[in-house]
Design a protein around this ligand. Structure first.
Ligand code: NDP
Ligand code: 8X3
Length: 253
């Protein structure tokens, strides 16, 4: 069997880092992208697997940089079999009328536009080779609203619908598209959301057993390792400590 090449965005922590470990242990060749190059270098030394790792410092919001990184991949890493569009973030939990609009812009630029740039740049090669798989990391926030989710949930709704629309475009090819929609998982996600406030971030998970990054990486591996004729369209998963509540009702005086 030929060695698969996996391109993972946001590989410096959380889900992306865990995906790197899982795919390395499966004997895959990896391209690991994120802004924090030091973290990628450390990760690349820890990985078990000898198929090869190529790290790239990349801000997915920079379209020119995305195009340049993909165009300059070393020959062995050029034919990307799997793109894990994972880089993303939530910023803030304030209601829409109080939010810092800069936070909204960063979320749209990263979660929507960054994912678009990586997809548009890597997809043509997959179509040409009639082989490939794009795994987009969305969220339960794509489908289920909650106070403070506003633009974050909106960006993830984009990711979910874009995933379905991609597959519609790709009918007639063997290129697969999967949207993974996790609920609460303990990573650096909440620390980033609360702008570095670790105490506030820890409170999100207190008294619960949240999903782990490994849970998500194993899910991504499972969808990728289905037979070539099977396309998992979407997969939503949550901790057993998470579920829906009743619709909120405001009662006046
Ligand atoms: P982490 O904060 O641990 O990881 C986020 C990753 O995204 C980091 O590697 C970060 O790297 C990277 N990243 C952020 N912005 C950029 C950028 N502009 N360019 C390149 N890389 C970027 O969080 P998670 O692992 O939890 O999050 C991964 C994905 O999963 C996100 O899309 C998130 O929205 C989603 N998600 C998370 C859930 C959770 O509860 N944790 C649940 C559902 C979905 P660096 O800072 O080095 O650039
Ligand atoms: C991350 C999960 O519930 O914080 O996408 O939106 S949640």
């Amino acid at each position: 069997m030929s060695v698969k090449t996996i391109f993972i965005t946001g590989a410096s922590s959380g889900f992306g880092e865990a995906c790197a470990h899982v795919f390395a242990s499966e004997g895959c060749r990896l391209v690991l992208a994120a802004r924090r190059e030091g973290k990628l270098m450390k990760l690349s030394k820890e990985l078990v697997g000898d198929a090869g790792v190529h790290i790239v410092q990349l801000d997915v919001r920079d379209r020119t940089a995305v195009e340049a990184v993909v165009a300059s991949l070393p020959a062995d890493f050029r034919n990307i079999d799997v793109l894990v569009n994972n880089a993303g973030l939530a910023l803030g939990l304030k209601p829409s009328h109080q939010v810092d609009i800069d936070d909204w812009e960063v979320m749209v630029d990263t979660n929507v536009k960054g994912l678009m740039y990586c997809t548009r740049t890597i997809l043509p090669g997959m179509v040409e080779r009639n082989c490939g798989h794009i795994v987009n990391i969305s969220s339960t926030a794509a489908s289920w609203p909650y106070p403070g989710s506003n633009v974050y949930g909106g960006t993830k709704a984009f990711v979910s619908q874009f995933s379905r629309n991609l597959r519609a475009d790709l009918l007639g090819t063997m290129v697969r598209v999967t949207c993974v929609q996790p609920g609460m998982a303990e990573t650096e996600f909440s620390k980033v959301r609360f702008h570095g406030d670790s105490d506030k971030a820890d409170q999100v998970y207190t008294g619960t057993e949240p999903l782990t990054a490994v849970d998500i990486a194993e899910t991504v591996s499972w969808v990728v390792n289905r037979p070539a004729h099977v396309n998992i369209n979407s997969l939503e998963l949550m901790s057993v400590d998470q579920a829906w509540g009743p619709l909120a009702v405001h009662r006046g005086d």
